[in-house]
Structure formats: structure tokens, C-alpha cells
Ligand binder design. Structure first.
Ligand code: GLN
Length: 188
């Protein structure tokens, strides 16, 4: 069985764990440094939530450096919504940087307040249309050469891949569709 570490300090981590369990993998909740030293993980999930809060907690709980190290060693990573922001190499109109591992420019809260939350069905990486739930979501404003675009909604990039990293600005863990998680597990 594959073992996936799910960052569990804030946000929608339980929903990711539910989906991953349906796909028959072991899940480790990452809440403190020893969760990483005690277990060896094959992949990492950075869930949605509030990127500023997650960034602060990652530092306070001494999880930032060990997770950054895993990402630099090319562990497969799925970052959703706030997780996308944590991986972005640049955040538009913002000097803040977190793992800065992926050559994308992310715009936070890109859909404004009124359009804060919505759902649509769009094509994901030629695997068919899947339901996409957006909650105060970012989108990807631009990507570098090494990045493949996996999905667009209304001409905005909402999913992308670079090497072993997959990011979505929507929440695949909030629907019953397993496409994104299955695609992530196939990287392992
Ligand atoms: N707006 C959040 C942020 O900027 C992301 C929203 C989410 O993860 N649902 O971090």
C-alpha cells in the first residue's frame, strides 16, 4: 500500500483523507515534525484552507523545512486551493513566498467576493469532464516552460502539473469524483 502524508494543521484535510481511503492508501496526518520522522511517506497532500494561516502554522510546528526538503527531493505532491498557493513560485501582488517550488504565478481570491464560491464541470487533462468546486479560490495567472496545463475554466488556468507536483485551484476532495486523486496516485 502507498502511504500519503496529508498536511493536517488547518483546512480541508479530512475530506482528502476520506477520498484517499477509498483509493486504498494509508494516510498519515501531518501535524508535527515527528509525524514525518516516524513514518516514511510516498506522496504529500497540501489541502485547501487559508494559506496565510497554514504558512504560519507550518513554521510554528517546525513542519516547514522538512516538507520543503521532501518537495525538493521530488516527492509527488497534490496541492489544492491554498495548497496551490503554498507551492507557487510567485503570488500576484504579494511578496509572500512559501515552498515556492512550482513555476507558476498564483492570484489569491481571484474570483472576488461575490463569485467566492461556485461549481462547474470542465475537462481535466483529457480525462473527461469532472465537477470542480471553487471556494475563494486562486487561479494561475501564468506558467513557466516546465509546467503543463491540466484544466481551464473561462480561460483561466485552474490545474497544472510540473514534474511530480499537481495543483488545482478547485477542491477535488469535496466531490465524489476520484479522477484527480487517482491521477496523483499514478505519479507514485
Ligand atoms: N482563499 C484561500 C487562500 O488564499 C484559499 C481558499 C481555499 O483553500 N479554499 O489561502
Amino acid at each position: 500500500k502507498k502511504t500519503i502524508g496529508v498536511l493536517s494543521v488547518q483546512g480541508a484535510f479530512e475530506e482528502h483523507i476520506k477520498i484517499l481511503k477509498q483509493l486504498d492508501v494509508n494516510c498519515i496526518e501531518l501535524r508535527k515534525k515527528t509525524d514525518l520522522t516516524k513514518h516514511s511517506i510516498d506522496g504529500l497532500v497540501l489541502p485547501g484552507g487559508e494559506s496565510t494561516v497554514m504558512g504560519k502554522l507550518l513554521r510554528e510546528l517546525d513542519l516547514f523545512d522538512p516538507i520543503k526538503h521532501l518537495i525538493e527531493q521530488d516527492i509527488p505532491v497534490l496541492g489544492t486551493c491554498a495548497g496551490l498557493i503554498l507551492l507557487a513560485g510567485k503570488i500576484a501582488d504579494d511578496e509572500t513566498l512559501y515552498f515556492a517550488a512550482m513555476d507558476i504565478v498564483a492570484r489569491r481570491n481571484a474570483y472576488g467576493r461575490q463569485l467566492g464560491s461556485f461549481q462547474t464541470d470542465e475537462e481535466f487533462n483529457a480525462l473527461g469532464k469532472i465537477p470542480m468546486v471553487f471556494i475563494r479560490a486562486p487561479y494561475i495567472e501564468s506558467v513557466g516552460e516546465k509546467v503543463d496545463i491540466l484544466a481551464r475554466v473561462d480561460n483561466h488556468i485552474v490545474a497544472a502539473k510540473q514534474a511530480n507536483m499537481i495543483v488545482t485551484s478547485f477542491h477535488p476532495e469535496l466531490t465524489a469524483d476520484l479522477t484527480v486523486h487517482q491521477y496523483f496516485l499514478n505519479l507514485i
